[in-house]
Design a protein around this ligand. Sequence first.
Ligand code: BTN
Length: 246
Amino acid sequence: MIVGTYVRHFEKVSSTNAVAAAMLNEQAPAEGTVITASYQESGRGQPGNSWESEPGKNLIMSVILYPVMISPADQFIISEMVSLAVWDVVSKHTQNARIKWPNDIYVGNDKIAGILIENSIMGEILGSSIAGIGLNVNQTLFLSGAPNPVSLKQVTGTTHYLKAVKEDMTAALDRRYAMVISGEKATLESEYNRVLYRVGEWHRYSDDSGEFEGMIEGVRADGMLSVTKRDGTRHLYAFREIDYIL
Ligand code: BTN
């Protein structure tokens, strides 16, 4: 076991990713160190966004990894493995969980979890990776104006025991990270693509040329999203180059 050998819980932090980054700067935390918090004062979302989480209601977790076997060109594998671990946990409770590229977890058309991965590249290798996970568990009122939040409680109709969700997440991350270590890259890629939100379906999107109807073909190993438009042309997108119209 790597993930969860050392666990630190805080009642209140600025951001568990920030705590993980400070630990990486100041000491040499064990690989798999897990940091959780009941509340974050400045929870970070994807660049430019914050992460809303009512105190004591949700899973807020960051994990420190040293994926030195991964080259920077292959770093999307970390997104895949963390997304799949969160998908594993959510899928224990619903059959409708999907991964929305690059690393949101959706149930139906609503976002139940967000992931913020901060990699540090040292020359030819990934020196360290902080994988931050916010999973909405028991929160039922969202105030931030985020477009489509949802929680496990709203999906299942029951309150969940946070400690059990945290243990499930730690175990899932450990299992998925073991796949990275043992070189099961192709399996991670195909599982990720199998549970991809909207894969193989026609939906509306927009890019810098305007709104269009497209079909997601899948995500490439380098993390680019491949989409076919109605006119038959295929397009590759990096993060934030395409908007999903929900
Ligand atoms: C997103 O915008 O979808 C990413 C959200 C990531 C939130 C998690 S909560 C734990 C960790 N600490 C943070 O400050 N952010 C991540």
